[in-house]
Ligand binder design. Structure first.
Ligand SMILES: [Zn+2]
Ligand SMILES: [Zn+2]
Length: 289
């Protein structure tokens, strides 16, 4: 085994992730496994008449002035049978303060999904646990043992999602991508307007995550929102990602967090009103109340 440079210096600026005193090295085995893992077929049920509301509660891009914009990502999904917190940002107090300002009660959260190990996505979990425990935390496989035992010790039920897991009707994880590198999963939410893919940093590639959503759900994908992780990619790479979005039938995009200003600008230029450059506090509502 050898270690190579962490691909997410952009996110954490160091090789280690620290969560409430637990220091967990990011282990990067040399032999990365193919992304073409076998997927158990899933039969999601569309969410019913209630609208689906997705609120960005932690984000570095500016938005509402009464909220704190800080490096990281988290959002809350309301409307499906379960209310879900996707990622927790980096600083728990910022997460909780923003949720309070947005009138989102942590005690109403039924499940947490951690997209990947980086501290700007998983770091808020200990603070969140002061408000809410005894709920499942879905994480991709590959998290360090210390992190997992710490999560259990906080009072959560840990669910490792190697394959796609259904959290409730119409909401499921993509299953783990990026095995042997930075393991990550996204969240698929079935809304009145179609499937929404939510990503944390999309280290395994946002198009690979979108392709997985299509494979699991049959698509089309109404919206792909979250970090696309293209902070310094050349124009050609960004164009290739946008071309692949078109091929996959991704209708709308909302790149934020670690997507990179260049990528955000190019997405907006190409997709115009089909691209939302979202920031902290942004709310997507799908379906009528
Ligand atoms: Zn990140
Ligand atoms: Zn990351």
């Amino acid at each position: 085994m050898s270690m190579r440079k962490n691909e997410c210096d952009e996110c954490i600026g160091r090789r280690e992730v620290v969560l409430a005193g637990v220091t967990a090295p990011i282990w990067v085995p040399q032999a990365a496994r193919s992304l073409a893992a076998q997927i158990a077929p899933s039969e999601p049920t569309p969410t019913e008449s209630k609208p689906t509301v997705i609120t960005v509660v932690y984000e570095n891009n500016p938005g509402r002035e009464d909220l704190m914009a800080q490096w990281g990502f988290a959002c809350v999904i309301q409307g499906p049978e379960k209310t879900i917190l996707f990622d927790t940002g980096g600083a728990g107090w910022v997460l909780l303060a923003n949720m309070r300002t947005l009138n989102l009660d942590p005690k109403q959260i039924d499940a947490v999904v951690l997209s990947h190990i980086h501290s700007d996505h998983a770091g808020g979990l200990p603070s969140f646990s002061t408000q809410r425990t005894d709920i499942p935390v879905y994480m991709p496989v590959g998290f360090p043992a210390e992190f997992k035992s710490h999560t259990r010790s906080l009072g959560f039920e840990l669910v490792e999602a190697e394959e796609s897991k259904t959290i409730c009707p119409g909401v499921l994880t993509t299953g783990t991508l990026g095995r042997g590198a930075i393991e990550e999963h996204g969240l698929c939410v079935n809304t009145a307007e179609g499937w929404v893919l939510i990503t944390g940093c999309a280290h395994p590639g946002v198009t690979n995550l979108a392709a997985r959503v299509k494979e699991i759900t049959g698509g089309p994908i109404h919206l792909a929102m979250g970090g696309y992780h293209m902070p310094q990619e050349p124009k050609e790479t960004i164009v290739a990602v946008m071309d692949r979005f078109e091929e996959l039938g991704v209708i709308r995009s909302a790149p934020c967090h670690c997507s990179g200003e260049g990528a955000r600008r190019r997405f907006k230029h190409r997709f115009k009103e089909r691209c939302d450059l979202i920031g902290i506090g942004h709310v997507f509502t799908f379906g009528k109340a």
